[in-house]
Design a protein. Structure first.
Length: 363
């Protein structure tokens, strides 16, 4: 099993460690609820160095990415980022990712840890027709996500660059915490604002210490993957392997907003028809009416117990103190306010379809 550069530090901090995406990762340090509220109310730090980093460079970089990615890469400019997915030829999703344009002909792709090898093989296969310069830097880079409403204020002490000048989904390469060539991006997976910071592995220990020194007065805490999951679920964000996978329709998954068939991406015609005509099933958010907690894999059923769908993610929301979940249902059941039922431990519990996100960040 792989380990991030800060693995020993997480053990020293008393983190509960689990296997995730082929890595030993911290799932929690204190309690999930405490860590969750820390990010919603103050700021917390996630070591998400298991994520993969690919650099795509050269004159053919844009053409390759337009073919590989669902969104319109041509709309990017240096200093901006864009959410995307990689469509496959069968109508599913290879992975979802963020694309950062670093320079005129240089891009950074950040992919899910469990898909690094698959994504690398897929993009290299597509590149045979384009010949862009590809570098898999996943084992050379670390990523720390500093998330929460106090994150920008706390991190400002570590750089002369005005972090408040960065809009959402923007980035800069700057001096940070006494280190050069650090990528600081206003991206994240929590819905509470903040930055994601990319550095070389040999710089991450210094970076971690500097972040905690700067954040101490604000109440900073290390945050594990369990709270990362409850935070992203409150926002209705897809998790690869749960809401989306190799067989998922991106349109059914609600990713039509990052689907631009006119760019000519892989399988664009078929996905474009789905975007125009709709799908039989749809990913929805729901809140339980009856008492219980939905979990991944639970059946979504009719009142009589007939299976009509499946829960992809579920939890007791720490911010809302409600049982919430995501799942696929037939489109006729996907309207906001519709009543559906979740089978939890052989009990059929009533739930209602609600608008996403579940949680709205208050600045």
């Amino acid at each position: 099993m792989k380990k991030t550069e800060l693995n020993e530090l997480h053990h020293a901090l008393g983190a509960k460690m689990v296997a995730f995406g082929g890595f030993e990762m911290p799932v929690s340090y204190s309690s999930i609820k405490e860590e969750h509220h820390c990010v919603r109310e103050k700021l917390g730090v996630f070591d998400v160095s298991h994520m993969g980093e690919f650099f795509v460079e050269g004159p053919a970089a844009l053409d390759l990415l337009q073919h590989a990615c669902s969104n319109d890469i041509a709309k990017l400019v240096p200093g901006k980022a864009q959410y995307n997915y990689l469509p496959n030829r069968e109508g599913g999703i290879v992975d979802d990712l963020i694309v950062y344009q670093l320079e005129e002909d240089k891009y950074l792709l950040v992919v899910n840890a469990s898909n690094i090898d698959k994504d690398w093989a897929w993009i290299n296969g597509l590149n045979a027709s384009f010949n862009a310069q590809l570098t898999n830097a996943s084992e050379d880079y670390s990523l720390l996500a500093v998330q929460g409403p106090k994150a920008l204020e706390a991190m400002q002490a570590l750089t002369d660059f005005d972090l408040a000048s960065l809009p959402f989904y923007a980035h800069t390469t700057t001096s940070f915490a006494g280190l050069d060539n650090i990528i600081v991006a206003t991206t994240g997976y929590t819905g509470s604002g903040g930055v994601e910071i990319y550095c070389r592995n040999n710089d991450v220990a210094q970076l971690w210490k500097a972040i905690f020194d700067a954040g101490e007065v604000f109440g900073i805490q290390p945050i594990g993957l369990a709270a990362r999951d409850t935070l992203r679920l409150e926002m209705g964000y897809c998790l690869y392997g749960n809401e989306i996978n190799d067989n998922s329709s991106p349109i059914a998954a609600g990713l039509g907003w990052v689907t631009r068939p006119k760019t000519g991406f892989v399988n664009a015609e078929s996905i474009g028809q789905q975007k125009e005509n709709g799908t039989k099933n749809k990913l929805v958010g729901f809140e339980l009416i009856d008492r219980g907690i939905p979990r991944t894999g639970h059946d979504i059923v009719t009142e009589n117990g007939d299976i009509i769908g499946r829960v992809t993610s579920g939890t007791q929301s720490p911010s809302l103190n409600k049982a919430i979940g995501l799942g696929y249902v037939p489109v006729e059941k996907a309207t906001e306010g519709s009543t559906i039922h979740i089978k939890v431990r052989n009990k059929i519990l009533a739930a209602k379809v609600v608008k996403l996100p579940f949680y709205t960040f208050q600045k």
